[in-house]
Design a protein around this ligand. Structure first.
Ligand SMILES: Cc1ncc(COP(=O)(O)O)c(C=O)c1O
Length: 309
């Protein structure tokens, strides 16, 4: 698991500082109430080009900034500056391998009271080195969680709020304690939402199916990437519709996707084997394409790759 990276540079209080000097008070509103918004963005190192490509940086920052309104975030940095800050922390850290960049906008006041209005906000950003976050080769054994996915009317699921990761943590912990790799969370109505920190897709009868943006999901950038690749390059129709729990047991292929998870095949759900228990052919093709795209090898998608150096 990643820890503080020696030599890493963070953006904090308008400056670039060594990551060990970027610290907040224990009284900080964001720390006390979970009033923060963040992004997780990967940078992939290309040996051929000796460069790091930050994947879909503009789309991540677009989602980030768009959700500021939900938590009444008000900071001086605008979209283009945040994009620049994300690449600059990597550049100044001098890393030459896979990285994960995390901008966070949080309520920085040391004040009491769970409100988001009239509480000042601040932007920080850090970088760590990151390889594979979950196994993407043999397939994951997953379980449907007894925890429900938080509802958009309780904690906005489309915003990547720091506080909402209690939901993810409880589900992932339960799954791991029971001997599974990951959890699938259902919504309050019993339909499928997503994994603990990743979206879900199933393949059934040559269709790629995933829950819609109204299904209490974080509308993932990787989800969008997978839908675009499947639509443009595979003989798969893409459908967004509610998924029932037992459809997961009988589908042809199942996989998670997300910035951390990348494209991760699922081989069983609640100990029911999916397909023949091996990652399916469409999942494999999507995974292969995904890694080519993120490493800047596909011209058509080169605009998704922002070079750092
Ligand atoms: C709850 C949740 N769902 C889905 C995703 C996938 O989103 P993205 O592809 O934008 O990383 C994440 C992100 O990491 C997440 O935390």
């Amino acid at each position: 698991m990643p820890t503080m990276e020696p030599g890493a540079i963070a953006y904090f209080q308008g400056d670039y500082v060594p990551i060990e000097d970027a610290n907040i008070s224990i009284m900080t509103h964001g720390f006390n109430y979970g009033t923060g918004l963040f992004e997780g963005i990967r940078g992939y190192y290309s040996k051929e080009e000796d460069n790091i490509f930050v994947f879909r940086l503009h789309e991540h920052i677009d989602r980030f900034v768009r959700n500021f309104g939900i938590l009444c975030m008000d900071i001086p940095e605008i979209h283009d500056e945040i994009v620049e800050i994300c690449t600059e922390v990597v550049r100044r850290s001098g890393f030459k391998e896979g990285v994960y960049v995390r901008p966070i906008c949080y309520k920085d006041e040391c004040s009491l009271g769970p409100t988001v209005r009239n509480v000042t906000s601040s932007l920080c950003c850090y970088v760590i080195k990151l390889g594979h976050y979950v196994d993407i080769e043999s397939g994951l054994d997953v379980a449907v969680s007894s925890w429900r996915r938080l509802s958009d009317n309780a904690i906005p699921s489309r915003a990547k709020t720091t506080g909402s990761y209690i939901n993810s943590s409880l589900a992932a912990t339960e799954a791991k304690q029971a001997g599974f790799h990951e959890a699938i969370l259902l919504r309050e109505d019993g339909t499928v939402a997503e994994g603990s920190a990743m979206n879900i897709f199933m393949v059934m009868n040559d269709k790629l199916i995933t829950p819609p943006p109204t299904a209490d999901i974080l509308v993932g950038i990787t989800r969008n990437t997978v839908m675009e690749l499947a639509d443009q390059h595979l003989s798969l129709d893409v459908e967004e519709r509610p998924i029932s729990r037992t459809e997961l047991y009988v589908c042809d292929e199942l996989f998670f996707c997300g910035t951390g998870a990348q494209v991760a095949p699922v081989r069983s759900v609640d100990r029911r084997v999916i397909g023949n228990g091996e990652p399916g052919p469409f999942t494999r093709q999507l995974q292969e394409m995904y890694f080519d795209v993120v490493h800047g090898k596909v011209n058509q998608y080169r605009s998704w790759c922002t070079p750092v150096y």
